[in-house]
Design a protein around this ligand. Structure first.
Ligand SMILES: [Zn+2]
Length: 93
């Protein structure tokens, strides 16, 4: 596992702006696995990011956007699980 060297690049850690901008896709599982891992890693590593985004707001938007293709309650549960995992990781550091 690479240890956070600041250098950028495709495989480097994502910064706050990128993590937040992709959070949406990440929660909706629209990013591929390696991207998702980088975002998850950043969020687990960066409490301000985790605290910053408005979970309920994202949930509402996601559910509104996805309600034609997925059962909202299912999506809701799925996202909550993701967030629970993230928060657990933060706490365990
Ligand atoms: Zn951050």
């Amino acid at each position: 596992m690479p240890h956070g060297t600041a250098g950028g690049g495709e495989d480097g850690p994502v910064d706050c702006a990128e993590a937040l901008s992709r959070l949406f896709e990440f929660l909706d599982q629209e990013v591929d696995e390696s991207q998702g891992d980088r975002i998850r890693q950043h969020l687990a590593d960066c409490e301000p990011c985790l605290a910053e985004y408005d979970v309920e707001d994202h949930l509402k938007k996601l559910i509104r956007r996805s309600c034609t293709e997925a059962a909202p309650s299912e999506l809701h549960v799925r996202i909550r699980q993701q967030l629970t995992v993230l928060r657990t990781q933060v706490r365990e550091r």
